[in-house]
Write a protein that binds this ligand. Structure first.
Ligand code: NAP
Length: 211
């Protein structure tokens, strides 16, 4: 516990369909690099930006996140988005969290490709008031497009309305949810790509078998 600074929360936003070991490594790396007190996983409910299959349901994705993080006391899973019956937007989630955890600092952690789109999200100018973004990349990811858009922090970044973005390269993100769904659909193993409890939950529920 740090006595002389406000609490810092990592907000791990994603569909998590399913959550995998790359996500866990990302959250742990962000926790240590940015000196975060806790990382809160927030599985999306009905995402505003894409159509999703009926299964796994948001509740299933939430359960898999709980199973994956159960052994880590610094990881929490929130129902804030899965409980909403309508599409959710990150700005609304951040506003709610800033009321729940008043006086805290937030670091919104997600995939760099998602972060790259933030200028198209709802109310992008307000996002920068609530958090710093951490974009997690797979090795070899090109940052050129970020530099051109001035999303990366540098000495010339004077406009407070441009969201603050930090980039973190995570070799374990060679694992992807898409690949896991495809592997299950084609009968390939996913052992060691997801936590064992998540693997059991996927097989028991028959998720992704028809992909
Ligand atoms: P996505 O488009 O499914 O994922 C984009 C890339 O990022 C994928 O390669 C994905 O890999 C990776 N990724 C996603 N979450 C990650 C995480 N927490 N850590 C590391 N890599 C991650 O993105 P999404 O999951 O639907 O959305 C990401 C977040 O952005 C969500 O919290 C969503 O609500 C938010 N978002 C908000 C708005 C808005 O407010 N208008 C619009 C778009 C997205 P995997 O598939 O392996 O995870």
């Amino acid at each position: 516990m740090h006595e002389n600074r406000s609490r810092r929360y990592g907000i791990m936003g994603g569909t998590f369909n399913p959550v995998h070991n790359g996500h866990l490594v990302t959250a742990e790396e962000a926790r240590t690099q940015f000196d975060l007190d806790k990382v809160i996983f927030i599985p999306t409910g009905i995402p505003s930006h894409k159509v999703t299959d009926e299964t796994p349901t948001p509740e299933d994705r939430y359960i898999m996140a709980v199973i994956a993080t159960a052994s880590n006391p610094d990881f929490i899973v929130s129902r804030i988005e899965v409980e909403k019956a309508k599409p959710t937007y990150t700005i609304d989630t951040l506003k709610e969290l800033s009321e729940i955890y008043e006086g805290s600092e937030f670091y919104f952690i997600t995939g760099a490709d998602a972060v790259w789109e933030i200028l198209n999200w709802k109310d992008p100018e307000s996002l920068s008031k609530y958090c710093t973004f951490i974009g997690a990349t797979r090795p070899g990811y090109s940052l050129e497009k970020f530099k051109e858009s001035h999303l990366l922090p540098d000495e010339d970044r004077t406009d407070p309305k441009v969201p603050k973005v930090r980039i973190m390269e995570i070799p374990a993100l060679a694992i992807s949810s898409t690949d896991i769904r495809n592997r299950v659909g084609t009968g390939h193993t996913i052992r060691y790509l997801v936590p064992e409890g998540v693997l059991n939950y996927i097989y028991k529920s028959g998720f992704y078998e028809k992909n």
